[in-house]
Ligand binder design. Structure first.
Ligand code: ADP
Ligand code: MG
Length: 257
């Protein structure tokens, strides 16, 4: 059975897509069968996996609306050893079209059920909002991975997100839990970053992943080459951190966390 994780944070630019793409590539490097689902109409995870979002015949949009199956729509990433259910701006229309469809919040969950046995991990990249798309992600998943920058407002945003996850848990998906908080774009030279990081550990204990992802320019450069940082420059500090994060996640799941 696939472990399905959604990478979410209602803020934009916090490292969701970078985390999804690099975790997908890292888990693949660790021998796992991975499907990345791009649920953001911006299609950044699609492009970052080396797939041109402008030339998609089918996308996750068609899957949500019921015009195609996941199997008909997935493509291998040419730059990482994983599969991608791609997205582009067409997906923005799904929001409106889903209004008339029954059980609209579980469209993705139903579609993914058909490919469950083919993957060890399904990773879902979400848009920066609590939209019907994100709700589909939450309803499909066993857990949420929350990337966050250790800055002043991070904790405030976090309580909103945790409340949302609690509501989804109560109303739609009793499987859903927070798998963990991932500190990203971390700059150890900043005192504030260290303080917020320590606060996170205090409040959330072992819900905070041990691995910390540093701010690393190679991770930011990789998408323009259509590659995950883990593939683009495997020796960089950022790539090494995501490889370590993949190993940590596998280890946690083995330990039953
Ligand atoms: P989101 O998906 O949450 O909007 P992104 O993953 O697209 O966030 O990241 C926002 C920007 O920050 C991108 O330009 C990305 O390349 C850059 N970035 C993300 N993580 C890192 C990192 N660890 N080091 C340096 N730049 C990063
Ligand atoms: Mg993104």
């Amino acid at each position: 059975m696939a472990r399905i994780f959604v990478v979410a944070n209602q803020k934009g630019g916090v490292g969701k897509t970078t985390t999804t793409v690099n975790l997908a590539a890292a888990l693949a490097r660790h021998g796992q069968r991975v499907l990345l689902v791009d649920l953001d109409p911006q299609g950044n995870a699609t492009m970052g996996s080396g797939i041109d979002k402008r030339s998609l015949q089918r996308s996750v949009y068609h899957v949500l609306i019921g015009l195609a199956s996941v199997e008909q729509t997935v493509q291998p990433s040419p730059s990482g050893d994983y599969m991608v259910l791609p997205a582009n701006r067409e997906l923005a229309g799904a929001e409106v079209e889903l209004v008339d469809i029954d059980e609209r919040e579980t469209r993705l969950k139903q579609a993914l059920a058909e490919v469950d046995s083919r993957y060890d991990f399904v990773l879902i990249d979400c848009p920066p909002s609590l939209s019907m798309l994100t709700l589909n992600g939450f309803c499909s998943a066993h857990g949420v991975i929350i990337p966050m920058q250790c800055e002043y407002y991070a904790l405030e945003g976090l309580s909103d997100l945790v409340n949302t996850i609690k509501k989804v848990h109560a109303n739609f998906n009793s499987d859903l839990t927070v798998i963990g908080l991932l500190r990203v774009m971390f700059d150890p030279r900043m005192t504030l970053a260290q303080q917020v990081s320590a606060q996170l550990e205090q409040h959330f204990g072992d819900k905070v992943f041990r691995t910390v992802i540093p701010r690393n320019v190679r991770l930011a450069e990789a998408p323009s080459y259509g590659q995950p940082g883990v593939v683009f420059d495997p020796g960089s500090r950022g790539a090494k951190a995501y490889l370590e994060f993949g190993a940590e996640l596998i280890e946690r799941l083995k330990a039953g966390a």
